[in-house]
Design a binder for this molecule. Structure first.
Ligand SMILES: [Zn+2]
Length: 310
C-alpha cells in the first residue's frame, strides 16, 4: 500500500493559505505541492503537525476543483515559493539567489485543488509518535515536503508493536472495501449526537452496557457506522459505553459474541486485568434485535475467523 505523511492544521491555518482541514475527515492540497497528483484513492494517509502524529486513515475519495493561490516569489530573480523565515529578519530569503528582503512579489494564480475524504477508517493517534521519529519513517527522512512518502511496513510495525499497540485492521478492511475486493462493509463505532445520548440515558440509566454502573459524564452514546461505497449511520440500537471501553470496542479489542451475547476481550488485553475480567461476561443491558444486528457486523469485521453463524 502507498502511504503518505501529510502536514496538517495549525501551521497552515496561521499561514493563511486557505486550507480547511479537519484531520479526522478531510485534507486539502493543490497542484503546486510536490507529489500532488501521485496521491490516490485507497492510499494510506497519516497526518501530523510537525511535532506529533495526529492519526491515520485510508483515502475514500479525492475531490478535485479549482482555487486561487497566492504565490510568493523573489523580487530579484523571480523564483517562486519563497518561504517566510520564522525567527530572522528580513522576513524572506530566496533559497535560490540567496537575496534577503522584507516583501516578496505576490501573485495570484489559478490552481487545481484536491481534497481527500477519509473519515471512515480514521484512527486517532495524537501524541503516539513524535515528529523526529516520524521523519525517520519516511522514505526520505530529510524531506521538507508537505506530502511525503511513508515507509508503510515500518510505520505499521511501529504502531502495532509499539509500547501501546494499536491494531490497524480497520485500515485493511476499509482498503479492501475501496479496492472492491471485499463484500463486507467496514464498520466503525461512532459517538452519537447529544439528543441520542439523552435518549439512551433515559432508557438505560447511568450504566455502561459492557462494564456496569458508570457516572453519566464518563458515558458515550455509541452507534454503528458502516462504509461500503457511501458512509451510512445505523442509529437503531445504540448503546451507552464508558469512554475507554468505547475506544477499545471501536478498535475491535472488545467485541460481543452475537451467538452467546457475551463479551469477547482480545488476547492482547490479557495483561490488563481490569479489562480481561470482562471476557465471557454478559452485557449489563437487555439487547434488542437492532443491537444484535450491528454487534454481528462488528464481530464479523474484527473476529473474521470465528464466525458464530457460519
Ligand atoms: Zn532570488
Amino acid at each position: 500500500m502507498a502511504a503518505w505523511l501529510m502536514i496538517a492544521v495549525e501551521e497552515r491555518k496561521r499561514a493563511g493559505d486557505g486550507y480547511d482541514d479537519d484531520p479526522s475527515r478531510h485534507y486539502s492540497w493543490d497542484e503546486r505541492v510536490p507529489n500532488a497528483a501521485a496521491v490516490a484513492v485507497g492510499d494510506v494517509i497519516a497526518l501530523w503537525d510537525t511535532k506529533t502524529l495526529l492519526g491515520v486513515s485510508v483515502i475514500e475519495a479525492i475531490e478535485s476543483g479549482s482555487g486561487i493561490k497566492n504565490v510568493r516569489s523573489c523580487p530579484f530573480c523571480g523564483t517562486a515559493n519563497v518561504a517566510r523565515r520564522k525567527t530572522m529578519t528580513p522576513d524572506y530569503k530566496c533559497w535560490k539567489c540567496k537575496a534577503e528582503f522584507d516583501e516578496p512579489i505576490t501573485t495570484q494564480v489559478q490552481v487545481k485543488t484536491y481534497r481527500s475524504r477519509h473519515e471512515a477508517a480514521w484512527i486517532e493517534l495524537r501524541g503516539s509518535i513524535a515528529g523526529g521519529e516520524l521523519r525517520q519513517l519516511c522514505e526520505k527522512p530529510g524531506s521538507q515536503l508537505s506530502l511525503r512518502r511513508l515507509r508503510w511496513e515500518d510505520f505499521r510495525e511501529r504502531i502495532e508493536k509499539g509500547k501501546t499497540p494499536i491494531p490497524l485492521d480497520i485500515l485493511d478492511k476499509t482498503h479492501e472495501v475501496i479496492a472492491g475486493g471485499h463484500r463486507k462493509a467496514s464498520v466503525r463505532v461512532r459517538v452519537g449526537q447529544p439528543a441520542f445520548r439523552e435518549a439512551l440515558l433515559t432508557t438505560f440509566g447511568e450504566v455502561c452496557a459492557f462494564t456496569g454502573p458508570t457516572p453519566a459524564p464518563a458515558l458515550e452514546a455509541a452507534h454503528l457506522y458502516s462504509y461500503a461505497t457511501t458512509g451510512k449511520h445505523h442509529r437503531g440500537g445504540g448503546l451507552l459505553l464508558r469512554r475507554d471501553v468505547h475506544r477499545l470496542f471501536d478498535l475491535g479489542l472488545i467485541a460481543v459474541n452475537p451467538k452467546t451475547h457475551t463479551l469477547d476481550v482480545a488476547a492482547t488485553l490479557a495483561a490488563y486485568p481490569h479489562y480481561a475480567q470482562f471476557h465471557g461476561k454478559p452485557l449489563y443491558v437487555r439487547t434488542t434485535v437492532d443491537h444484535i444486528n450491528w454487534l454481528t457486523k462488528h464481530w464479523d469485521m474484527h473476529r473474521p475467523s470465528s464466525q458464530p453463524f457460519s
